[in-house]
Each structure stands twice: as C-alpha cells, then as structure tokens.
Design a protein around this ligand. Structure first.
Ligand code: HEM
Length: 298
C-alpha cells in the first residue's frame, strides 16, 4: 500500500493532474507544491501504471468530509447518546429507585432461561462489551488518553484492541443469529404490547400491565439487538474486508453507518443493563441463576 501510494504520489506530482476546474496553477510545473494543487483543484489525482486505480487519487474533498465526520460529528453523536443515556438513567434511579416485586418474594422459583439460552446471552454480551470498548477506542481513544498514557502505550493497546474487535466480531455475529432464532417466537409484537407501553410498562407509574413471556420493553430490546447487531455486522464486515465490491465512497458510508448504529446500540444496552441489575428487583436472577421468583414472573 505504502509503495503504491508513494508511486502514485510521484506520478501525480510529475504527470498532468486532471484539471476539471479552471485553475491558475500549472500542475505540470516543476515547482508546483502539493498544498497548492489541493487548494486550487480541491483534489490531488493523476495517472498511474499499477492496476490499483484507487491509488491514483491521493486526496479529495469527500475524504475531508469524512474526516470531519469522524473527528467531530461522530464524537458529538456518541458523546450525547452515551453520556445522555447515563444521565437519564441516573436521574431515573434517583427519582424512581429500584422497581420492587410488589407482593414480595414467594420463596418459590420458576425456570426462565435454560443453560443454552444463558450461554448464548453471556457469550454475546461479553463480545458486545469488548467490541464496544475497543470500537469506542477508535473514535475517542486518541483525544481522550493518548497524551496521558503516552503514544507508545496507546499504540500497543490500540493494536490489541483492533485484534479483539476483528476476531470477537465472529462469535458476536453467531450470538446475534442464535438470539434471533431462539427467542423470535416470544418476540413478535402484538396488541398486548401496545397496551403495555400505554400503561407505562410498570416502570413509569405504579400500574402493572400484563404481558406474555416477554413484555413490550423486552421485545424492544430484542429487536434492537437483532437489527442493531445485523447493522453493525454487515457494515463491520464491509470495513474488515475493504474494497471487495466496494469503492472509497461506499467504504466511507459503511464506516459512518457502523459508527452511528454502534453509538446508539451502546446507549440502548446501557438501558438494558440498568433494568437487568439496579433497575428491577429479581431481574438479574433470570440470566444470572436461570430461575426467577414466582411473584417476579407474575
Ligand atoms: C460483527 C460485528 C462487528 C464487526 C465485523 C466490526 C468491524 C469493525 C471494523 C473493521 C472497524 C474499523 C476499525 C478501524 O478503523 O480500524 C470498526 C470500527 C468500530 N466499531 Fe465495529 N465491528 C463489529 C461490531 C461492533 C459493535 C457491536 C460495536 C459497538 C457496540 C462496534 C463499534 C465500533 C466503533 C465505535 C468503531 C469506530 C468507528 C470510528 O470511529 O470510525 N462494532 N468495527
């Protein structure tokens, strides 16, 4: 790649640059500078003799738009989504507290998830958390702690993080497919869910609307995981195998979709983790210990 770029750069500097826009710069002049070309022509491209035609374009405006998205817009989207969700959860916890089992515990339990279901859940969750941390490192790592830990340590960590992000994508994708298949039966939306949402789901207010195996909120989480998981997986593999049927533009779109879906996905999962732990008495036992209290189930 470096060789190809260097070659293309030399070609670009010596061969005529395609001059779509009128310009006062003579691109073939011996003394012309790269920066001058960029300012006048908005792109630096030329002709080459190697088969990789992408390498004939060294700099172009769309690349700068993408860089602006990656370094500025995306950081705002991610920051607002993730910190905003944490703030909402904190306020909610301070004002509502833990949702308790109204009639107290019965002392008798009922199996909610078998070992296979729990294995798939925790495998996917573990991969998700590592994918989220290592992905967020690509977006926020450099401005947040590269200068604190030093560039050498940051580079070493980022290299390992990148390996983890690539390789854990496979068990994560398998997990999302298994989640889709094993719980689709209980997650088709119906009229009971509409009623459940209208009545605040038992979380907002003190009502206790009925539900089948999964309530409206749990179904929403299921579809966020299935659709969000499919979204990050498809765009993620486009990024992981660059230029297989894609060009620079579609690679840039893939990165933008991947990153935005990932940020919203992380925010949604923070809500899920909250309800499953601090937010509701007895909920963690379903995945932690396989069985829940009968009164919780009711
Ligand atoms: C099948 C699953 C996934 C695959 C194949 C995948 C693949 C990739 C690849 C190849 C990159 C580019 C990394 C680079 O620039 O070196 C990336 C970036 C990223 N990924 Fe994933 N990923 C997957 C799942 C996830 C998940 C589940 C999350 C978060 C919950 C996530 C969050 C991110 C973020 C935030 C970035 C950085 C975006 C940026 O700043 O450019 N990814 N991913």
């Amino acid at each position: 790649m470096a060789g190809a770029l260097a070659l293309a750069f030399m070609v670009a500097m010596s061969a005529p640059v395609s001059a779509q826009q009128p310009s006062s710069v003579n691109p073939t002049a011996a003394a012309v500078k790269e920066q001058q070309l960029l300012q006048q022509l908005k792109a630096i491209q030329g002709r080459g003799t190697i088969p990789d035609v992408k390498s004939y374009v060294l700099e172009h405006p769309v690349g700068r738009d993408w860089q602006q998205f990656h370094n500025v817009t995306l950081r705002w989207i991610g920051g607002i989504a993730i910190l905003g969700m944490l703030a909402v959860l904190l306020i909610f916890y301070l004002s509502r507290g833990m949702v308790m089992i109204k009639s107290g515990r019965s002392g008798r339990t009922i199996v909610r998830f078998n070992s296979f279901e729990r294995f798939v859940h925790w495998m996917t969750a573990t991969c998700f958390i590592i994918l989220a941390v290592t992905g967020l490192n690509v977006t926020f790592g450099r401005p947040l702690f590269a200068s604190t830990v030093g560039s050498e340590a940051f580079t070493t960590w980022s290299e390992w993080a990148k390996y983890a992000h690539n390789y854990l994508s496979f068990p994560f994708t398998i997990g999302v497919v298994l989640i889709f298949l094993m719980w689709i039966g209980g997650n088709i939306p119906n009229a009971v869910d509409v009623e459940w949402f209208k009545r605040g789901g038992g979380i907002i207010g003190d009502d206790h609307p009925p539900a089948y195996r999964f309530n409206g909120g749990q179904k929403a989480i299921y579809w966020i995981v299935v659709l969000g998981g499919a979204g990050v997986a498809i765009t993620g593999y486009v990024l992981m195998f660059p230029f297989y049927g894609t060009d620079i533009d579609s690679m840039q779109y893939a990165e933008m979709i991947h990153a935005v879906v990932a940020m919203l996905f992380v925010a949604a999962m923070l809500g899920h983790i909250y309800i499953g732990t601090l937010g509701m008495e007895g909920a963690f036992e379903a995945m932690g210990e396989r069985a829940v209290d009968i009164n919780w189930a009711k």
